[in-house]
Write a protein that binds this ligand. Structure first.
Ligand code: BTN
Length: 207
C-alpha cells in the first residue's frame, strides 16, 4: 500500500489467515507499544503480519529480525522485550496484538527515513541498503524456522543479541540488576531494595 493509517489497525480489521501481511510506504497513525506514536514517514519499513499465537512470540520475532540484520553485517542488539537497537539507538520496534487465537505482529524499521529523534538510527546512517521485499521474504522464513524452536533455544539465541544482562535498570516501582530472561520470556531482575529476584513483564529503562 502507498499509505494507510496503521498496518496493524488495517490488518486487525481485515486479517484472514496466518501469514497474511501488509507493507505500507508510510502510515498516518502509526503507533508503538504503550500507545506511543510511531514516526512513519516515507523511507521506513512499516509491516504487519498475522501469526499463530505462541508464548514469547514477540521475542521469537525480535530474534528473527536480529538474525537477518546480523547476516547483513549489522551489529544488532535487542533490548528486552522487543526494541531493536544499534549503537544504543533505536533502529526498530515490534508490537504484538492478540486478536482471538491470532496475533497481529507489527514491525517498524528505520531504513532510509529521517527521524526527528536523536535516539533513533536508520540503516542508511549505517551505510546499509536492504531491499524491503527480500527482507520481508527472509523474515517470514526465519519466523517459521524460529517458531519450531523451544523457548530455551530462542532465549539462548536472544542472549547473543541482548544488551541488558548485568546492567542496572529501573522500572515503575524500582531499580535493580538484570539477571536473565526466564523460560516464559520475563525479565528477571535482582531488586536493589529487597535483594530478591523479581520477574518483570513490562519494559525497563537502562540507568
Ligand atoms: C515499539 O517499539 O513501540 C513498537 C513499534 C511498532 C511500529 C510498527 S510500524 C508497523 C506497525 N503499524 C503500527 O502502527 N505499528 C507497527
Amino acid at each position: 500500500m502507498n499509505s494507510v493509517n496503521s498496518t496493524n489497525t488495517w490488518l486487525t480489521h481485515f486479517n484472514k489467515d496466518y501469514f497474511d501481511s501488509l507493507l505500507s510506504f508510510r502510515q498516518s497513525e502509526g503507533y508503538g507499544r504503550l500507545g506511543r506514536q510511531w514516526e512513519s514517514e516515507f523511507g521506513g519499513l512499516y509491516y504487519s503480519q498475522v501469526l499463530p499465537h505462541r508464548d514469547i512470540l514477540s521475542i521469537v520475532v525480535g530474534v528473527s529480525v536480529a538474525d537477518i540484520l546480523f547476516r547483513n553485517a549489522i551489529d544488532i542488539k535487542l533490548k528486552w522485550p522487543n526494541d531493536i537497537l544499534v549503537n544504543g539507538k533505536k533502529l526498530g520496534g515490534i508490537i504484538c496484538q492478540f486478536q482471538g487465537g491470532n496475533v497481529v505482529m507489527g514491525l517498524g524499521i528505520n531504513i532510509n527515513n529521517k527521524s526527528s529523534l536523536a535516539t533513533s538510527i536508520s540503516l542508511s546512517d549505517l551505510g546499509c541498503n536492504i531491499d524491503k521485499l527480500s527482507f520481508i521474504n527472509d523474515l517470514t522464513k526465519q519466523i517459521q524456522l524460529n517458531m519450531d524452536r523451544t523457548n530455551p533455544e530462542i532465549i539462548e539465541q536472544f542472549m547473543t543479541y541482548d544488551c541488558l544482562m548485568g546492567k542496572v535498570v529501573s522500572w515503575q516501582e524500582g531499580k535493580g540488576i538484570v539477571e536473565k530472561i526466564s523460560e516464559d520470556g520475563r525479565l528477571v531482575v535482582k531488586d536493589n531494595n529487597t535483594n530478591k529476584s523479581i520477574f518483570l513483564t513490562d519494559e525497563v529503562h537502562l540507568e
